[in-house]
Design a protein around this ligand. Sequence first.
Ligand code: MTE
Ligand code: MO
Length: 561
Amino acid sequence: MTPPAKAHSLTGLFTGVLLTLPLMMLLYLGELLAGMPFVPFDLFDRMARLLPGPLITAGIDTMVSVLLALGAGGDLSSNAKIAERIMALVIFTGLGGLVGAAFFALMNRLPRAPREGYGPGGSAGLLFGLPLIAISFGVNVSATAEPLLRLVWLLALFAGWGAALGWVYNELCAVTLRQKRHTDGRTETSVQVIDRRQFLVRLGGASATLTVVGTGLGAALNTILNPATPAAPALPADGTATALVDGSGSPLPNAADPLQPAPGTRLEYTPVERHYRIDIVAGALPEFDAATYTLPITGSVANEVNWSLEDIRAMPAQDAFITMSCISNPIGGSLISTTKWTGVSFQHILAQIQPSPSAVALKIYGADGFDEYLALDLIRQDERIMLAYDFDDKPLPQRNGFPLRTHIPDRYGMKQPKWITRIEVVDAMGEGYWVRRGWSREALVRATSVIDTVATEAIYSQGAQYLVPIGGMAWAGDRGIAGVEVRVNGGDWQPAQLRSAMSDRAWNLWRYDWAFSEGSHTFEVRCIEADGTPQIETPAGVRPDGATGLHSARETLRNPA
Ligand SMILES: Nc1nc2c(c(=O)[nH]1)N[C@H]1C(S)=C(S)[C@@H](COP(=O)(O)O)O[C@H]1N2
Ligand SMILES: [Mo]
């Protein structure tokens, strides 16, 4: 009687990794098509909350450098997010490998009989899966499938994964025995005998093919089932700023300003469906029913509340034309938009809830696992900080945070949660989602200015000269823009004309008509804040404090004559 064959635990590691690929594919399909949780991201999310911030930051920074080195585009600079996702997939795959190794090592110690069948593997899969399922239930807030269905789905997937692991183990041992008999000349037939390496290569090929094909089919099916909203052009081109009205049909606050933007300048008032969108949501957007939604505000307060949307809309309202930017917006990027926001001042809310003397901040939770802190002191200094419910005089679009989001003047978007589910009044300041990941704690916006257009199609003559209209935007949070200057071919800075802003927090459009000579020219723009502070010219990337540096454009100009 031959002793039971064994399989090396390194082979187990390899097998675990191989089998985790199709597992992730199935998890992905479940998320895409049935609102199931994608466990690798849940695990990473949990780890990011437990591990020290600097470790996460170092990891993300390394990944971002790798991505950039691989030529990842900077424009939709969600590079940090991509980095996190890749790390999440790698960690999950690694775990699968470790479980595979442990399983093989354990099986090698067992006598032959208890190794057989799918029992041992299935149990190992469940042991692997149970803690992950618990984590997923704890952190995942975007899955829409019924909890029971989710549980059954995940248990089945992990048990299936383990069963496959057990099958591979037994198969490898069987291959060994067959081979041994073959080399001993004890095989009766001439059936082809494959060795372990061939078996593993076939397994690898099969699991890679399955993963790629499954993912592709799923993505294709998804575009059929859930047609995406059409992608918005990065910079809507339209010079007729003054013809615009807001969602209530009223002219924009600066409609009387006679300065017409250069043709091709971005729209002064971003159409709400083209407002940029950035968030950590990987699958379906958080969904709420306006009729049943309530906002609990609890914690260190004299008066805990649980308001309906109707309650909140009945409070004194304020509105403002607001430019918001993502801290990941590169110089000249498209992650910046302007619309009209309506909401209730957090000062009013504080008056209702009456924070305890020990309270220092609001911890605001988003439905997607996002959270941020908002200091009570800041609220007390600035009545403009608000809990917003309308964009452009209509309820917030789902993608922009329906039903409730935060507005804080002069801060990047990362400080301002969308899809608010609850607010906790806390006695200690803490770090929000992106702060924990190494981004700016205060996230004060950097002054920025952009050239949207060198309007070669709108060249006109003035006496003996030809002029080309140049135009764009400048913004410095709520600090205001005193002036914009343009420089051509590294010459002197020349003042541009400034169109008045729609509010203390909205961008200014500017225009500069340049008497040109034929040829290729480089244009640069800079702005000066209301208090005289010049825009920072030294180039810096978006991380951790937001990008600095000058925007430039190059254009070849020819006299139309
Ligand atoms: N719940 C939630 N709120 C969030 C985020 C998020 O990921 N989840 N991202 C923040 C970031 S980084 C930005 S730039 C703004 C973007 O808001 P928008 O998508 O409406 O433009 O939302 C902020 N609020
Ligand atoms: Mo952002």
